[in-house]
Each structure stands twice: as structure tokens, then as C-alpha cells.
Ligand binder design. Structure first.
Ligand code: SAH
Ligand code: SF4
Length: 389
């Protein structure tokens, strides 16, 4: 099966317009907001101040109407409202799991639908799992997203809008308030973030801004399947925490389940990890390891994992495999996962077993796949049925 990575879409300054032709500001970065205000006619000596005011209203206060921007004079507010829109993207589907997990399907534009998942935690933190691409060009055998054909990078705006939409739904404005539900962001939704490092970096500048969405850079985790040349640049650009989808610690097996290992084998991956900026015992790398029955879950595999981790400040996340329709694997038995965790623990690494969340709404890791793709699949099935009958 072949997938196509479409070119990076719209340059960052190209803000889409709403049906009435107004430029849509929400989701844009600071330079883009400033650019559009300048084009609109804000005088150069007031440009920085106006940009900061509007930025703060959008990203700290979450306002949806220019009339709420009280520190801007009414005549200017009216002119701004005639030229710009503060519209949010459309949440076309919102599902809430029995465990409180919320899955959003957001329409960014015609045919571009993106999933993100909010995962509340018992410890008063909550993570929003965001997508960096529609689909994924890498075809990891255990991952549903990798079976989707249409792939394109999301723009910084489309990444930021996932966070804005979740804050809207959770009632979290103004940003940064006490007891907030959404405290962390993980790039573990659809796509490979390190095939979109620039736009992920731009999006994080907005998501982490102190006078905006106010999510600290240490509360951001970017997960990669191991795009080696982008690992160090990611850390330099974003100061985000790093997670590596390891899943096997010998090259032969990793190649089988993650084709990217042919291009970037384990030795190169380890080298890049050791050079990750800011790496220390306080800032460890998380290694994700999906438990596949009879494939990567033996004691021997656990020992290979320990050998690979030697010298890296690391913690391990053991992920029970989440099946999806037609998936070629089964999840390891619970006792096997526990024995595996014990071995890794005894070697001095924290190895929590991640409880699957939102399984009932197909919101768990590796189960995301856009609705448009599902529709096409169902249409295909219908067609095939018709031909067959
Ligand atoms: N492309 C990036 C980020 C998205 S995947 C990456 O691969 O790291 C997020 C995590 O879910 C990865 O660790 C991935 O390996 C894991 N995953 C994918 N499919 C899964 C499945 N069916 N069950 C459990 N985890 C899965
Ligand atoms: Fe892509 Fe990550 Fe899924 Fe692999 S696990 S196919 S890299 S989304």
C-alpha cells in the first residue's frame, strides 16, 4: 500500500477566510496576527501594542467577540469586527467515554478532519493528545493511523486550534486558571510530529506563550517513531519533553514492526537520544513499548530493552496493545505484561503499565483515523458489495 505525503500546506501567514470573507485570527501565531493587523492598517508605532492586546484577548481570555476587548476603543473594535473573525473550527463529533476521556473530531476545512483526545487523570492533571498530521506515512504494523492513505502535515494553526477547541469544550477560559483540567499536551495523536517539526515548533510558540494559552514547555511531550535527524533540532527549537516509540530493542524485530527502523536503526536512535538537549535525571526520555502477544513481550525482549536503555536517563511506558478492526496482533496477557514490567523495574527504570483509556470510543493510542477516511472505507465496501452482488 502506498501513501502520499502532500506538500506542506499554506504558509503560516495565510489565514483562511470565513464564509463572509473575514480573515480568521484564532489559531494564528503572533507574527501572523501582527502581519494581518499591519495589512489592515494599524499604524507601525502601535502595532506591537495592538498585537499583544488582541493576542491576550484571544489566547488568554478566549473571547469570541471584538466587543469584549475592553481596552480597545469602540470605533476600532467595530472596524476590526468588520474585517476579522474570531470563529472557532467546527467540532463535528464529540464523544465522551465512560472513563471521562473525550474524543473530538474537528473539521479544519473541506476534507480535512482531525482527531484529538482529552484524557483526564486522577492526579488532577489532564492531557490533550493532539495530532500533527492527517494520517501518517509510516506504516507501523500495529497502528491504525498508519493504514490511512491521505496524509498531509497540519499547519501551526490547525495544531493550535485543537487546543483551543478542547479549552472551549472544557470551559477553561481564562487560560491558566487554578484547578484547570487541561495541564499537559502530548503529540501522540495522528501523524509523525518529526515529519512536521517546523510547524509543531511554531504551534508550540503559541500554545506555550505566557500571555496566551500558558502551557509550560515541560508539560509538552512530543512522541516520535524515531526520525533520528530531527530529534536534536526538536529539543533545540521547542524544549519539549521527548518520547520515543521503541516497541522493540533489536533491529531485526523493530524493522518488522516499524519500517522506519530500516532507515534509522537502533544505534543511531540511541545516539540521538543521548544528545537530546536538556536530558537529565529530572528530564528523562519516555520510551513507549506496546505489548504485542508473542511478538515483543518475552523476558529476552525485556533484557534487550534494558541493554538499549543503558546510559540514557529513561522511563518506560508499557502500553497494552489496543486492537482495531483487522489488526494483525493481540495484546499480551496481563501476567506477561506484569512480569515484563518487573524485569524492567528491577533494572532501575520506572515502567508503569498504561491503562487503556477511551477504548469504548476508539480513542486509545493508535486507534485514531479520520472520519473522512472511514467514510471512504464504507463507501468502498458498499461499492465492492454492489460489484460482488
Ligand atoms: N507517530 C508518533 C506519535 C503518534 S503514535 C509515534 O509513533 O510516536 C502514539 C503512540 O501510540 C506511539 O507510541 C505508538 O506506537 C502507539 N500506538 C500506535 N498504535 C497502537 C496500538 N494499536 N495500541 C497501542 N499503542 C499504539
Ligand atoms: Fe505513524 Fe506513529 Fe502510527 Fe507509526 S505509530 S504509523 S509513526 S502514527
Amino acid at each position: 500500500m502506498s501513501t502520499t505525503l502532500l506538500n506542506n500546506p499554506a504558509p503560516a501567514f495565510d489565514a483562511p477566510r470565513d464564509a463572509g470573507g473575514k480573515i480568521m485570527l484564532v489559531g494564528l501565531g503572533r507574527a501572523a496576527v501582527s502581519h494581518h493587523l499591519e495589512t489592515f492598517g494599524v499604524e507601525p508605532k502601535k502595532l506591537r501594542m495592538r498585537t499583544n492586546q488582541i493576542w491576550n484577548w484571544i489566547y488568554h481570555w478566549g473571547v469570541r467577540d471584538f466587543s469584549e476587548m475592553k481596552n480597545i476603543a469602540k470605533p476600532l473594535r467595530e472596524k476590526l469586527a468588520a474585517h476579522f473573525s474570531l470563529a472557532r473550527p467546527e467540532i463535528i463529533e464529540r464523544q465522551v467515554s465512560v472513563d471521562g476521556t473525550r474524543k473530538y473530531l474537528i473539521r479544519m476545512g473541506p476534507g480535512i478532519e482531525v482527531e484529538s483526545v482529552f484524557i483526564p487523570d486522577v492526579s488532577k492533571t489532564g492531557a490533550l493528545c493532539v495530532s500533527s498530521q492527517v494520517g501518517c506515512t509510516l506504516t507501523c504494523k500495529f497502528c491504525h493511523t498508519g493504514t490511512q492513505k491521505l496524509v498531509r502535515n497540519l499547519t501551526p494553526r490547525e495544531i493550535v486550534l485543537q487546543v483551543v477547541a478542547a479549552l472551549d469544550d472544557l470551559g477553561e477560559w481564562p487560560s491558566g486558571k487554578e484547578n484547570r483540567k487541561l495541564t499537559n499536551i502530548v503529540f501522540m495523536g495522528m501523524g509523525e510530529p518529526l515529519y512536521n517539526t517546523d510547524y509543531v515548533g511554531d504551534a508550540l510558540d503559541t500554545i506555550c506563550s505566557d500571555d496566551g494559552l500558558m502551557i509550560g514547555r515541560r508539560r509538552i511531550t512530543v512522541s516520535t517513531s524515531g526520525v533520528v535527524p530531527e530529534i536534536v533540532p526538536l529539543g533545540e527549537r521547542t524544549s519539549a519533553m521527548l518520547a520515543i516509540s521503541l516497541h522493540a530493542a533489536n533491529d531485526e524485530l523493530r524493522e518488522q514492526i516499524m519500517p522506519i527502523n530500516r532507515k534509522y536503526p537502533l544505534a543511531a536512535l540511541k545516539e540521538a537520544c543521548l544528545n537530546y538537549p536538556g536530558l537529565s535525571n529530572a528530564r528523562r526520555i519516555t520510551f513507549e513499548y506496546v505489548m504485542l502477544k508473542g511478538v515483543n513481550d518475552s523476558n529476552k525482549h525485556a533484557k534487550q530493552l534494558i541493554r538499549f536503555l543503558e546510559g540514557i536517563p529513561a522511563k518506560v511506558n508499557l502500553i497494552p496493545f489496543n486492537p482495531w478492526p483487522g489488526s494483525p496482533y493481540e495484546c499480551s496477557d496481563w501476567e506477561r505484561i506484569e512480569d515484563f514490567a518487573d524485569i524492567v523495574n528491577r533494572a532501575g527504570y520506572a515502567a508503569p503499565i498504561r491503562t487503556p483509556r477511551g477504548r469504548d470510543i476508539l480513542a486509545a493510542c493508535g486507534q485514531l483515523k479520520s472520519e473522512s477516511e472511514k467514510m471512504r472505507a464504507s463507501e468502498r465496501r458498499k461499492l465492492e458489495g454492489e460489484r460482488g452482488g
